[in-house]
Design a protein around this ligand. Sequence first.
Ligand code: PMP
Length: 387
Amino acid sequence: MSLKENKCLLLPGPVYIPQRVLQAMSQQMMDRRGVEFQSLLEEVTENLKLLFETGSDVLLFPGSGTGGLELAIANTLSPGDHVLALTAGVFSERFATIAETMGMNVHRLSFPLHEGVDPLTVKTFLEKDTGKKIKAVLVTHNETSTGVLNDIKTLGEIVKDHGSLLLVDAVSSLGGTPIKADEWNLDIVISASQKGLFAAPGLAMVSVSPRAWQFIDSATTPCFFFDLRQARQSYFENRMTPYTSAMTTLYGLRESLRIVLEEGVENVYTRHRVMANALREGIRSLGLELFVSDEKASPTVTTLVVPENLDGGTLRKTLREKYHVHIAGGMGTIASSTLRIGHLGYVGRGDILNVLSALELTLQKHGFSLNPGAAVATAQKVLARTL
Ligand code: PMP
């Protein structure tokens, strides 16, 4: 087929950017100390608070999600502090490694990759810490490398009872699933612009609880560009960022947040859940195995197991080159045995049906025996039931 189909980008980030947001990002620069910038920053910050569900503070920094993780640790902790890292995949491992790199004393509690964090195990661990040695707990809300959504609500209660700080990596969950920073006692929540909020890469964003500010005021890890105290002063005294921000990404983020609010935050979450369900049912009816159970499955990333005798890289190549559908490979120890489909941000019915159709054609081409048409038909049934 020589027809040039549109590229279908179903990676777990960066994600597809709709026209309205692309156009918003082609605006001229402005005075970063002027009123126009103040109102841009204010609108983005206020709308982000609706997604973080916090009445406390949200601050933006140029950078990617990893920068956000680093600044959350650097600002709240001091070298030598004891930290509990809940690990179950590449990104939760990265969070732990950042803390180690900055000189913290990291205790890892590791969980099976396909199951994610068990809050009760964390509770038992923290109850034994009667001397309150652990100062902070690090958790990845949505482990993008496995497709597990962790229960941060229950963790929030457990960590609060212990008295330590809860730092949450919400890089691939914000905008796709509820996050209630205040109600769930999440002290710092970190995300980035190129994921569920479908803007360009370039901005990390963090929500900061009043309790986190207390920790921040006494932390001694050196940092300059990422200093939250400095940022707080600029934001709240002058309504600006301390240094030049990623203005183009901010224009985009303002527009994507407007789109999210037009759809309605709850509707956005429902759409993500419905798309995930339709995709999962469709994958199952192809005769493929999903890496994570329905109960723990992420609404934004789905991981499937590569069938025996097939190669994930080859399947991805065919999907990309023949059908213009881009999905991600596996990561970490499951790099070669899994594939990942991102369905976060501006993702709808057409994307899910497209990837299932392309996956079926690709599998058939590589000799996998399946029931033709079953995946799309099954997904359609889920969509008809719930949309
Ligand atoms: N944490 C999670 C859960 C992620 O999904 C990612 C990106 N895939 C990161 C951290 C790192 O984000 P970035 O690539 O924006 O630095």
